[in-house]
Design a protein around this ligand. Structure first.
Ligand code: UDP
Ligand code: MG
Length: 320
């Protein structure tokens, strides 16, 4: 078993993967002979597969390239990376050079020195993005943490180093809709949080549009709490109480003052409001049911098309 495995999800990162690989080789010098790389090519449409193949063919170190049959998303790529890791420690790092491998070294050393910690995670102490996006991300963490039973550390991404026991715990969760931030919080264990400074993307652009991030946020909330269902039923109850009181009031008013025909606009607004609330509640219910549907189909989270291995990996496998 090697000491460290670098898991790298890659989607359209043809120029970045080599930069990252070289940066890792340089930074992890002390451990490099005891390090394996698992690059997961998440159905890239550019030359990423070729770049990764070149790395695997020329590398003297242990390099595995897992090529997916199509783009399955970062969560699936991460999961595959963890499944193929055979090391004592596993690091998760983005392919785009936004996360400097020097932090991996630091996190690894923290775990080596402190057996009481099971994983080390890096969080961004200063976000380098627009104020609006920061605001929405901040709101997301507030909402999910007020609803979910586990605390999700804000601004901590998947950039972390985990021990084997943590990796096994993550893999033991059978769910298909995966939200890693939540999973890492849910499994527990002692986590050491360290700040890191995010860098500029080396080349290419982010795959996360605002719409995609929004969907991801909603998925995260649905995966880690059923409180929206509770809230929607409470809201329903509240409206029942209000309308009951309203009825009594109208009844008494009619008895006392007769029945002037008035209040149609109010009525129209009330009908709109109530049907809106109903649709909203049914929508929430539907979201949970759709999750259930996806889980029930039990499809694999990803499909591997091909695995490319460096000479060093092949030799190790022969010896086994
Ligand atoms: N990624 C992936 N599959 C996807 C989208 C992204 O494997 O469908 C990878 C991507 O190549 C990168 C990491 O996930 O290594 C983070 O993506 P990105 O840099 O686009 O996200 P950001 O840093 O902007 O949050
Ligand atoms: Mg990035």
């Amino acid at each position: 078993m090697k000491k460290l495995c670098m898991v790298v999800p890659c989607y359209n990162e043809e120029y970045n993967v080599k930069l990252l690989y070289e940066a890792c080789v340089k930074t992890l010098e002390k451990y490099i002979d005891d390090t394996e790389f698992v690059f997961v090519n998440d159905g890239s449409a550019d030359g990423t597969a070729r770049s990764l193949k070149e790395i695997a063919e020329s590398s003297p170190y242990a390099v595995k390239v897992i090529n997916f049959s199509r783009n399955f998303g970062k969560e699936a790529a991460l999961l595959a990376g963890l499944k193929y890791s055979e090391s004592e420690y596993t690091a998760i790092i983005d392919a785009d050079m936004q996360q400097n491998p020097k932090y991996v070294l630091r996190m690894l050393e923290v775990l080596e020195e402190h057996p009481e910690y099971d994983m080390a995670a890096a969080y961004q102490d200063r976000r380098k993005e627009s104020k609006l996006l920061s605001f929405f991300k901040g709101a997301f963490y507030k909402i999910i943490n007020s609803l979910a039973t586990v605390e999700i550390k804000s601004n901590a991404s998947d950039f972390r180093v985990i021990r084997r026991n943590v990796l096994e715990a993550v893999l033991s969760l059978p769910e298909k809709c995966r939200f890693s931030k939540g999973i890492f919080a849910w499994i527990g264990f002692e986590t050491y949080f360290t700040p890191y400074e995010v860098e500029q993307r080396a080349t290419g652009r982010t795959k996360w549009s605002f719409g995609k991030l929004f969907k991801y946020a909603i998925d995260g909330i649905l995966d880690f709490t059923v409180k929206p269902l509770v809230i929607s039923s409470m809201l329903g109850f509240l409206f029942c109480v209000i309308s009951f009181v309203g009825f009594i009031w109208i009844f008494i008013k009619t008895l006392a003052f007769g029945d002037p025909v008035a209040g149609f606009p109010t009525l129209a607004c009330l009908i709109l409001l109530l049907s809106g609330v109903q649709l909203f509640a049914v929508g929430i219910l539907g979201q949970y049911m759709s999750k259930n549907y996806v889980e029930m189909k039990n499809r694999p989270p990803f499909i591997v098309k091909e695995i490319v291995k460096s000479e060093s990996v092949k030799k190790d496998e022969e010896e086994k």
